[in-house]
Design a protein around this ligand. Structure first.
Ligand code: F0G
Length: 364
């Protein structure tokens, strides 16, 4: 490519896409060190997480009559928001001299823990609910070299067991009961505050184990701002909506298939103190939002992330003018669900130009 051409291309790319902040290539702990429990000189295990884009969502904005933007947490190194907390949890573990970390997970925490442990040169074990984690997450966790234990039980049972395990063995628990996880994840609130220059009325966010809504509220509170936090759970896994533990949670959004959130009280306080709420959306509403995000906004998120958008579409903007939906994880994490639930089809075709013409140009 000639120099002139590459220059032009550079310019047109710059013109079309929101430029990442100049701090894009700074590890999250360094970017926010003064607000995090890490001193200069402490070990930092980073994959250059955070500083994720905030992208306008014109179709959603039109549908709800407010300015809606999407915080793309799937742009984190392992494809989900978990990396914010994991850089802190694993860095702290290394600082303490830990040689191993463990977590229970519906998949994303596992993938993130596995990646950061690999980077740190320590071992990682994850306990996942048998048959209930998306393929992309399983692939990541395995390739990073973690020990994957498939529990004949659900996430809540897995978490109970790893808590017992870490009570009696020198292994660091990196679920969001670990304070460093929440500390790291609160930085997403800082980034939003900076990106929107304080103009944020409401945040829509999926809720599972309730660590993330807790972290956002902590971040906003530290800044002294109060956007309303609208949390959304899947109908079949909505303990915070019904006020009852769900013994057998079920939802297509496997990431938030959780019946006994560990940050229960914190999440309820976040919703209450922000004048927000935690409400439920059905699987069909989640899948409709999942398809809409991909087919109208060009955003392929995982189903759990789409729950935030489903909630916004279902309950409306409620007077908020500036809204952000957190897209917590990337669609590639869960290819099976995307293949099973879309409006398209794959058209088989022999090697013949007439048939190609028909397939490409004919009636769908
Ligand atoms: N979105 C995605 C993509 C998630 O993976 C999770 C949680 C949530 C939302 C909910 O966040 O638990 O902080 O309320 N995933 C955990 C895991 C449980 O093991 O990966 P939360």
């Amino acid at each position: 490519m000639s120099e002139g051409m590459s220059e032009q291309l550079g310019q047109s790319i710059q013109g079309g896409v929101e430029q990442p902040s100049a701090r894009r290539h700074v590890p999250l702990i360094e970017r926010y060190r003064e607000r995090l429990p890490f001193a200069p000189g402490d070990p930092v295990v980073s994959l250059q997480e955070g500083s994720t884009p905030v992208v306008p969502a014109p179709v959603l904005s039109e549908l709800v009559g407010a300015r809606v933007r999407l915080k793309l947490e799937g742009a984190n190194p392992t494809g989900s928001f978990k990396d914010r907390g994991m850089t802190c949890a694993v860095s702290a573990a290394v600082r303490e001299g830990a040689k191993a970390v463990v977590c229970a997970s519906t998949g994303n925490t596992a993938a993130s823990a596995a990646a950061y442990a690999a980077r740190a040169g320590i071992t990682c074990a994850v306990i996942v609910p048998e048959g209930k984690i998306a393929q992309g997450k399983l692939a990541q966790t395995l390739i990073h070299g973690a020990r994957v234990i498939s529990l004949a039980g659900n996430f809540d049972q897995a978490l109970e067991l790893v808590r017992q395990l870490t009570d009696t063995h020198p292994i660091v628990l990196v679920n969001s009961v670990n304070e460093f996880r929440v500390e790291g994840q609160k930085t997403a609130a800082f980034e939003l505050h900076e990106a929107l220059e304080g103009e944020l009325d409401a945040l829509c966010i999926p809720v599972g184990n309730a660590g993330n809504i807790t972290a956002y509220w902590r971040g906003f509170s530290e800044l002294g701002v109060k956007p309303r936090l609208f949390g959304f759970q899947a109908e079949g896994a909505a303990p915070l909506v019904t006020g009852q533990i769900v013994e057998r949670p079920e939802t297509v959004a496997s990431a938030i298939r959780i019946g006994r959130p560990v940050r229960w009280e914190d999440a309820m306080a976040a919703a209450r103190d922000s004048r927000g709420s935690i409400r439920a959306v059905s699987d069909s509403e989640i899948l409709a939002a999942f398809r809409l995000l991909a087919s109208k906004e060009g955003m392929f998120s995982e189903p759990a992330s789409a729950a935030a958008v489903a909630g916004l579409l279902k309950y409306g903007a409620e007077g908020a003018e500036e809204i952000v939906c957190v897209l917590t994880g990337r669609g590639l994490k869960d290819p099976e669900t995307a293949i099973a639930h879309n409006d398209g089809r794959v058209i088989p075709c022999p090697v013949e130009i007439e048939r190609i013409e028909e397939a490409v140009l004919g009636d769908p």
